[in-house]
Write a protein of this length. Structure first.
Length: 230
């Protein structure tokens, strides 16, 4: 069992984020549980890289003095697995919003899918989704999007070192991606659909690695809370 001094001097907590939780909700929940367990008013807790509510998987949290390492952890290479659906798009590039357009897919072969991944290997220009937490003029992009306001988004350079297709089941494409900080897998799914002369959106996403940290070594929120009681 870890002591209050352990959390204050600094811990790295690997949490397997569940579906429909924001990263901030996880941080707030664990901070509250630590405060309750040790009957303290304050403890620093932060996360090293946001996961969308509709994504699951590895969330690296830092406590106490380890929060100074957050920027270092955020900058490390990340690995994701997930599913892209071909033939339709959504405004958010994932299932947060409803399908707005459909596209033909009859021309898309297994070979074409695998060949097209090569276009995305290396340094690429990517537009972040308008439904994202990035800030512009002091507001988050999703605030503009939900208000129906147009906003200019500038592309940025991200790096993808691996883009592997792991399964093809009709229009459902399972994949694994290894990429740099700042890569939006939702944007990758949208761009992948365009590159196939069709459309696509992300239907599931799981972060499996950040640097040397792996999701198989992560714990659930419930298990972490239970560990505070022992």
């Amino acid at each position: 069992m870890k002591t209050l001094e352990d959390y204050q001097s600094g811990q790295v907590l690997l949490i397997d984020k569940p579906l429909n939780w924001t990263s901030f909700q996880v941080v707030n929940k664990l901070r509250w549980e630590i405060r309750q367990a040790f009957k303290i008013k304050k403890i620093k807790v932060g996360h090293a890289g946001t996961l969308d509510p509709l994504a699951t998987g590895l969330l690296v949290l830092c406590t106490g003095k380890m929060t100074k390492q957050i920027d270092t952890f955020q900058g490390q290479i990340k690995e994701y697995t997930g599913t892209i659906v071909l033939g339709s798009t959504t405004p958010s590039f994932d299932l947060e919003t409803n399908i707005d357009k459909t596209y033909p897919t009859a021309h898309i072969t297994e070979d074409l899918i695998k060949e097209t991944t090569q276009q995305f290997i290396g340094d690429i220009q990517q537009y972040p989704p308008v439904f994202s937490a990035l800030k512009k003029d002091g507001k988050r992009l999703y605030e503009f999007a939900r208000a129906g306001e147009d906003v200019e988004i500038k592309p940025r350079t991200v790096s993808i070192s691996e883009f592997e297709i792991t399964n093809i089941d009709g229009n459902y494409i399972s994949f694994r991606v290894v990429c740099s900080k700042g890569t939006y897998i939702r944007s990758l799914a949208n761009d992948f659909g365009k590159a196939l002369n069709s459309g696509a959106h992300l239907s599931s996403l799981r972060r499996t690695k950040i640097g040397d940290f792996k999701v198989e070594n992560a714990t659930s929120i419930e298990a972490f809370i239970e560990s505070l009681k022992n």
